[in-house]
Design a protein around this ligand. Structure first.
Ligand code: PLP
Length: 435
């Protein structure tokens, strides 16, 4: 089905497996969802990755989202170098933490205050603890297929790697830790309302990916997010938008600006660190004041607000402020999406594709899915064939049928055309239409 790598990547993978579990430091990288051997990367530039054999790929993973400016953007690299030369970490406050926070707030005003952390996982963990501390309630609602990092309480029917590996949850998460996690269906308000009818006054918060990027790319139906806002208001629960993926990806103001919904808390990550480890949790001053050292909800981090990471984030966000930035990004993405849709239509292979801003998702399915049970119907076998055939042709999509794809500002018509030419060949010569 796919070429087994007998090259340097295969050799390194073998070596890695002896010292790192599964040879990788994050599960989906292992290619378990597509089988075969992961490609080891040596360097990246603009829209391209270069593997250890110097093979070049058009990259649609973008480090799983952060690289919105493309790889090694000179201005981001310059900002990082400048910061690094002044010292890597102080464990004391710095001015650049204020500047990045201000920049985020300028674009996402619902984050009146925010706390910087080092990953998306820490951001959602903080949001949940804060919501529970603030409301003095324990239960939370999440959605099947949404992924919020590997926080114990949120590893229930999670998307992303958990879905890719086809495991129900994670061992090592005690029942007691998830007994207050309630699961509803994405795009199904009734499933949320019935949980509120049963547990209303015990529910601290709903946490949701406003665009579900961890079951590939499932858009919210009209009224779904507003319905969540309304039910939270009715029961005085908090609405948490996990915009780790969608923040500065679908619009400068994130999904909350696109859909005009004000969440109580927002979690960010990925792009706000420009490729270095940064996350953030923010919301109204009134709620955020419950965090230590002002309030009694404890949260901390040795490297939180790291000056080098802040510099990468600030340079990246500043670059996204160029006029027409998101319009161009969306146009490029749409070119890819409509091109792929057209190629698929001609082939009669069931294929659905959708996008928002600079993120997209495709499914080998007859109908665009609206929730996890529908996403799971995807023809994973055809996806695997497509993935490997495209990889062989120098196009690097996420190695999982359940992960979103990302376009960067460095992707131009040249890269999109190269991708479409490869896809045309793959749809015609490699994939088999159903009999
Ligand atoms: N939330 C969402 C929506 C994500 O997509 C992710 C990671 O992909 C996370 C949280 C966790 O972020 P991190 O991997 O930085 O811990």
């Amino acid at each position: 089905m796919h070429s087994t790598r007998t090259d340097l990547s295969a050799k390194l993978y073998e070596e890695a497996r002896h010292i790192i579990p599964g040879g990788v430091n994050s599960p989906v990288r292992a290619f378990g969802g597509v089988s075969g051997t992961p490609v080891f990367i040596r360097r990246a530039e603009g829209a391209y990755l270069f593997d250890v054999n110097d093979k070049k790929y058009v990259d649609y993973v973008g480090s799983w989202g952060p690289m919105i400016m493309g790889h090694a953007h000179p201005e981001v690299v310059r900002a990082v170098t400048f910061a690094a030369e002044k010292g890597l970490s102080f464990g004391a406050p710095t001015e650049i933490e204020i500047r990045l926070a201000e920049k985020i707030r300028q674009h996402m005003p619902s984050l009146e205050q925010m706390r910087m952390v080092s990953s998306g996982t820490e951001a959602t963990m903080t949001a949940i603890r804060l919501a529970r501390g603030y409301t003095k309630r324990n239960k939370i609602i999440k959605f099947a297929g949404c992924y919020h990092g590997h926080v114990d309480a949120l590893l229930v029917q999670a998307g992303s790697g958990v879905l890719t590996l086809g495991v129900p949850g994670s061992a090592g998460v005690p029942e007691a830790v998830v007994q207050d996690t309630l699961v509803a269906d994405f795009n199904d308000l009734n499933s949320v309302v019935s949980l509120f009818e049963k547990y209303g006054n015990e529910i601290a918060a709903i946490i949701v990916e406003p665009i579900a990027g961890n079951m590939n790319c499932v858009l919210p139906q009209v009224g779904f997010l507003q319905g969540l806002r309304d039910v939270c208001d009715r029961y005085q629960s908090l609405l948490i938008f996990d915009e780790v993926m969608t923040g500065f990806r679908v619009a400068s103001g994130g999904a909350q600006a696109l859909f005009n919904i004000k969440p109580d808390l927002t979690t960010l990550g990925k792009i706000i660190g420009g490729g270095l480890p940064v996350g953030a949790c923010g919301g109204s001053q009134e709620i955020m004041q419950h965090l230590a050292p002002v309030g009694n909800v404890y949260q901390a981090g040795t490297l939180s607000g790291n000056p080098v990471a802040m510099a990468a984030g600030l340079a990246t966000l500043t670059l996204t402020e160029q006029s027409g930035f998101y319009e161009t990004l969306e146009k490029t993405t749409k070119k890819l999406v409509s091109g792929l849709a057209e190629i698929a239509r001609a082939s009669q292979i069931p294929f659905q594709i959708t996008s928002m801003g600079g993120m997209f998702g495709f499914f080998f399915l007859e109908k665009l899915p609206q929730k996890l049970s529908e996403v799971k119907q995807s023809d994973v076998k055809t996806f695997q064939q497509f993935f490997h055939a495209m990889l062989d042709r120098g196009i690097y999509f996420a190695p999982s049928a359940f992960e979103a794809g990302f376009v960067s500002a460095a992707h131009t018509d040249t890269e999109i055309q190269k991708t479409l030419d490869a896809a045309e060949e793959v749809f015609k010569k490699v994939l088999q239409p159903p009999k």
